[in-house]
Design a protein around this ligand. Structure first.
Ligand SMILES: [Zn+2]
Ligand SMILES: [Zn+2]
Length: 146
């Protein structure tokens, strides 16, 4: 019996809310090129929820993509604010929920990384460049010196 972690979250505009229970041993960072394109970052962190362990309120928009295996993967997102919610198979048996909008996301550390072949090389070197506590409008970051 796998340990379950209760999670909850809402999209940026709040029209979609999700509650559920994550399989603790199935937190997976995906570095595939589709995740990079959809997510705008180097990878997306995903948590796996069986259909019986997930509850979603609000209307989820869908985009069907064909995965590398040839299978359809439905990408669920908020049609209003664009927040990524999940990917799911056509039978809707196992949801791969995007961890970023979950309140618990900081504690949902990946237990494995997949599609390392397309991972960006600079991830392993992130501590070598400056980190600021806040963003450009709230701290004195001198971009002219970068
Ligand atoms: Zn939204
Ligand atoms: Zn991916």
């Amino acid at each position: 019996m796998t340990d379950l972690i209760n999670v909850s979250g809402k999209c940026h505009c709040g029209k979609i809310t999700l509650t559920g229970a994550v399989e603790a041993n199935k937190i997976v960072a995906c570095h595939c090129t589709d995740c990079q394109v959809f997510g705008g970052g180097p990878f997306r962190n995903n948590v796996m929820l069986k259909s019986e362990n997930i509850s979603i309120q609000g209307e989820v928009s869908n985009y069907n993509k064909i995965g590398g295996s040839g299978a359809v993967r439905t990408q669920g997102f908020c049609g209003n604010c664009g927040t990524h919610i999940y990917a799911v198979d056509t039978e809707k048996t196992l949801y791969s929920v995007r961890a970023g909008f979950l309140e618990q996301h900081k504690s949902l550390a990946p237990v494995k990384h997949i599609f390392a072949n397309s991972a960006v090389q600079w991830l392993s070197n992130m501590s070598a460049v400056p980190w600021f506590e806040e963003g450009p409008n709230s701290v004195e970051i001198d971009y002219s010196s970068l």
